[in-house]
Design a protein. Structure first.
Length: 268
């Protein structure tokens, strides 16, 4: 676990990041995980999105760019965090409304940039290579209002569909998103504000992981490890995946008896 210090904002955020991965992306950190937990407190860590729901690995072998094979880990989407992310993207768009295609493309870009800068993705969940670009499959299920989608009832409290647009009805606030992550979302929105929805989606087609996975006529999963290599963190891939595994163990440690993440009161 590490403390990331954002000198530009004079802000401190908590991420499960190894020393090597942090050095690879030029971040300043403090490494005493026990001290971090004591000084910051579990409630603050949970509020910043560290304890963001159980993550479970799924078996499978991934062929990496160097020819090696690695176990593929699949991390469960934290629907609370996904709702906050979409609320920022929609809330900072004209009339609090954003096209589905634009939303999914911006979300993927922001998640990818978060991984590149911090060694940790913004959201878990299924990453899929689709005809119109890479997307978050679980967020797409929420948008489509698919039965059984994780977080569906809560999603409906904050958004409604209007044709091909998603409209923000009620801002959920920021309880699990960090300032670091919020800033990335705002920067991505600003960068593409003058591009139409199709052009934004086309921007994602150049990503190496999408080109290597996409197969015409079928949706395919994009392994997180392929994205790690694509954003230039190959030397730290093992370390990053290990840190995410440790995060999973933390989730298990603080889970309730029914297997749901424990709820903590946000400290003042």
């Amino acid at each position: 676990m590490a403390i990331i210090v954002d000198h530009e904002l004079a802000a401190v955020d908590v991420f499960p990041l190894s020393e090597g991965a942090a050095n690879a992306v030029g971040l300043t950190i403090s490494l005493d995980s026990k001290c971090n937990l004591e000084k910051i407190g579990v409630a603050d860590i949970q509020a910043r999105g560290l304890l963001d729901g159980k993550q479970s690995p799924c078996a499978g072998q991934v062929k990496m760019p160097d020819g090696s094979e690695s176990i593929m880990l699949k991390f469960k989407l934290d629907s609370r965090k996904a709702i906050e992310v979409v609320a920022i993207l929609a809330g900072q768009s004209p009339d609090h409304k954003i096209g589905r295609k634009r939303l999914l493309a911006l979300l993927y870009i922001a998640n990818r940039e978060c991984l590149k800068k911090s060694g940790r993705p913004m959201l878990g969940g299924r990453l899929m290579a689709m005809k119109y670009g890479p997307i978050h499959g679980d967020v797409y299920d929420l948008i489509q209002n698919r039965e059984g989608a994780d977080g569906g009832p809560e999603w409906s409290k904050h958004f409604h569909a209007e044709g091909y647009n998603i409209v923000l009805d009620d801002d959920p606030g920021k309880n699990v998103l960090s300032r670091f992550e919020s800033r990335i979302l705002t920067e991505v929105l600003k960068r593409y504000e003058n591009d139409d929805d199709w052009d934004v989606a086309l921007q994602t087609h150049v990503f190496t992981e999408y080109k290597s996975v996409f197969a015409k006529g079928r949706a395919r999963t994009i392994p997180l490890e392929q994205i790690i290599h694509a954003v230039g963190l190959s030397p730290m891939a093992t370390s990053i995946m290990r840190d995410l595994k440790e995060k999973e163990e933390l989730d298990e440690l603080f889970a309730s008896p029914k297997g749901q993440p424990a709820k903590y009161r946000k400290s003042r």
